[in-house]
Design a protein around this ligand. Structure first.
Ligand code: 0O2
Length: 226
């Protein structure tokens, strides 16, 4: 859906296209706060990466990616979920405006990183969803955390919510392609394609488990200490 189309969509909140545009411009000004929240979380994760590199121990973080949700996606999500279209509503109802994706080599690394995040006492963990132990019906796997991080401004301390998605390289491969396919098909994925995607997700999950076992054997054979 393009922004033009969104403006042509009937808003569940009853706003006109002009009102939505004015709200969108106001929202844009608030996005800096979410950028700052991402910066805080990314710094914490980079510190964990650097520590592992310095100590020559296994680094549980392969890659860190981040994004602030576009205003278009924010309005589309508020509208889809039937929430009011306003900045207050974004703060109250959306957890994933600021998103950080942590790609880990192995499944166990995900739980290691999640625990290291939990231990940081300036962060408040608000939500945790384990889509690895409980995959979504379409086969999606990831570990999701919503945390609140303090951002220090010139005159106040502002808590900012950030969604952290933790995945293996394999889970990320599947989720990225599935997302693209779903987008291409405008969310109407035929059953046969959905079945194939589910099958791929299960195959990938099996591979993740096998790679984890291989790594355990490698570690048992090597003298690496952590
Ligand atoms: P995008 O483009 O990545 O931003 P909530 O956010 O808690 O109100 P929701 O959306 O059900 O409710 O939360 P959930 O299930 O934790 O999922 C949030 C995000 O996880 C999604 O954001 C995706 O990034 C990812 N995700 C969840 N399910 C799937 C899936 O089936 N396939 C893929 N590829 N990604 C998924 P957005 O806003 O949908 O998208």
């Amino acid at each position: 859906m393009e922004f033009k189309e969104l403006l042509g969509t009937k808003m569940t909140s009853g706003h006109t296209a002009e009102e939505v545009l004015a709200i969108a411009m106001k929202m844009q000004q608030s996005m800096a706060l979410y950028e700052s929240g991402i910066q805080e979380i990314t710094t914490k994760l980079e510190i964990l990466q650097r520590e592992a590199q310095c100590k020559h121990i296994h680094n549980p973080i392969e890659t860190i990616k981040s994004r602030v949700k576009s205003i278009f996606s924010i309005i589309e999500k508020l509208n889809r979920k039937g929430y009011e279209i306003s900045m207050d509503s974004v703060v109250k109802n959306l957890n994933d405006v600021a998103g950080v994706r942590v790609i880990c080599p192995y499944i166990d690394d995900i739980y290691v990183v999640a625990e290291r995040i939990r231990r940081q006492d300036d962060l408040k963990v608000l939500v945790e969803k384990d889509y690895i132990k409980n995959p979504k019906p379409n086969g999606y796997r990831s570990y999701h955390m919503v945390v609140e991080v303090p951002v220090f401004l010139s005159d106040r301390k502002q808590p900012v919510r950030v969604e952290i998605q933790l995945r293996t390289i394999a889970m990320d491969f599947w989720a990225s392609l599935e997302h693209q396919i779903r987008y291409k098909m405008e969310d109407f994925v035929p059953a046969s394609i959905a079945d194939n995607l589910h099958h791929c997700a299960d195959t990938i999950s099996q591979m993740d488990k096998e790679m984890q076992e291989i790594y355990k054997e490698v570690r048992a054979l090597s003298s690496e200490e952590e």
